[in-house]
Write a protein that binds this ligand. Structure first.
Ligand code: ACM
Length: 455
């Protein structure tokens, strides 16, 4: 086994002759290393792992697993494994190596979210941006407002693909506070921060259906279609008070310094809506947190310093940085993993732009400098109604993205592809990930006849 099989790529490797049995006793020693960095010294007599923080130790151990071979990714290794001897020194390029998972459009069970956390951890990604609320579902239990989940957590039907047809099948689910605390704790020991998102003042039809007084009509239906709804929250003092309480409850569960409040896609928004978003951002700041919003919020005057998710294009991130905000680059032109993976009729529900594996691997943020916190891939779930569909769209593109987020220096797809094919796909197989095969979907992964909306 060669050290070159690592993914994400380490900063430096020095192979040495010999091998060491795995699992091996690991002698962990603290050292002054870059944040999340580690140094592994593997010799026939054992492993010494130097690290400066808990994340560094975790990543050192992940690298040992990568070096041991695919069987180390099974729930129980089936073979006697060995580690190649040598020294690996490694630290990440970005402090924010994120993935958004949309559990609002299609609910993912708690067990599925925990599995997704495991998959992020195996790729040394460190932020799970959990999109908890949208027009089609509210997934976050708030005891003071039980209708958010008893009404807003359920819809009678869903749109099939991007046509007008409905499936007529009820869909729903939500997480209790304890479910979410468990997810947060599980992620934390895997060096992952869960950044929750409650989307306001648009993408809020589920909340409006639960409590119509948050809006301007007498009644609302939870949305059973996909797209951009024109129903916005009424930016009144009472709606503000309601959402301050919702966010306060969110803060009791999520220790993340960064808390996301959405702010995207608000057709017809007025100055009052903009003021509403600003006041909720200020509320989060008053509670010691940093608000995160999508780049549309840059239109709002007087915002406190925020983290901006630059999704519409590269220039939004540059504008955000110039305005004094930190930036996470997640442009839909490059890292939207719900977009189709090839321009071929076999791709299931072909929405969005073509983002091939090679395109994702080639992504390089235009913004540089201290305001750039990192990068994030986005798994929106309108068309991903099962965990198998999530696997298909996320992998192996998320594996390519993990290298973009972790590794510095030139990337060469011709060098990456055999490394992925020969060494990393077997790890995904061992983990039981139903990724898209490199040459196109399995027959059961296509969705013949279900319309998409390719761009
Ligand atoms: C987004 O894709 N509306 C953030």
């Amino acid at each position: 086994m060669s050290f070159a099989t690592l993914l994400p790529r380490p900063v430096s490797v020095t192979p040495a002759p010999g091998s060491c049995p795995w699992p091996s006793t690991v002698d962990v020693r603290s050292a002054a290393l870059p944040a999340e960095g580690y140094r592994l010294e593997i010799s026939p007599s054992g492993v010494v792992l130097h690290c400066g923080d808990a994340a560094g130790e975790f990543y050192g151990r992940q690298t040992l697993r990568q070096l041991a071979g695919p069987s180390a990714f099974r729930a129980v290794p089936l073979d006697a494994l060995a580690l190649p001897c040598g020294v690996v020194e490694d630290h990440p390029r970005f402090g924010w190596r994120g993935c958004l998972l949309d559990v609002a459009r299609h609910f993912r069970t708690k067990a599925e979210v925990l599995r997704f956390v495991d998959l992020l951890a195996a790729h040394k990604l460190n932020v799970l941006n959990l999109h908890l609320t949208d027009d089609q579902g509210w997934r976050f239990e708030v005891p003071a407002f039980p209708r958010l989940t008893s009404v807003g957590g359920w819809r009678p039907s869903s749109m099939v693909g991007s046509g007008g047809e409905q499936d007529g099948r009820p869909h729903g689910g939500f997480y209790t506070g304890d479910d979410l605390r468990e997810i947060v704790a599980y992620a934390s020991v895997r060096a992952i921060t869960v950044v929750p998102e409650i989307d306001i003042p648009g993408h809020a039809r589920a909340a409006l259906a639960a409590y119509p007084s948050l809006g301007t009509s007498s009644s609302y239906e939870i949305w059973t279609a996909w797209g951009i709804s024109t129903s916005l929250l009424d930016p009144s003092e009472s709606t503000l008070d309601f959402f301050r309480r919702v966010f306060d409850h969110l803060l009791e569960i999520f220790p993340s310094k960064v808390i996301a409040l959405g702010g995207d896609e608000t057709p017809g928004a007025t100055d009052e809506h903009r003021g509403f978003v600003r006041q909720l951002a200020e509320h989060l700041v008053s509670r010691g947190r940093t608000p995160m919003g999508w780049d549309e919020v840059l239109d709002i005057p007087g915002l406190p310093p925020m983290v901006i998710g630059s999704w519409q294009n590269e220039t939004a991130g540059q504008q955000a940085a110039s305005a004094g905000h930190d930036v996470v680059m997640c442009p839909e032109q490059h890292v939207y993993l719900d977009h189709r993976q090839a321009d071929h009729p076999d791709e299931p529900i072909p929405v969005g732009m073509v983002h091939t594996l090679e395109d994702v691997y080639a992504y390089e943020p235009a913004l540089t400098g201290p305001r750039l916190r990192g990068v994030q891939a986005q798994v929106w779930s309108e068309h991903l109604d099962t965990v198998r569909r999530v696997d298909y769209m996320a992998f192996p593109r998320l594996s390519a993205f993990a290298e973009v987020a972790w590794s510095s220096g030139e990337r060469d797809y011709a060098e990456f592809l055999p490394r992925l094919r020969d060494h990393h796909l077997p790890r995904l197989d061992a983990l039981g990930v139903e990724y898209r095969p490199l040459d196109g979907p399995h027959p059961w992964q296509t969705r013949p006849g279900v319309p998409g909306r390719p761009r």
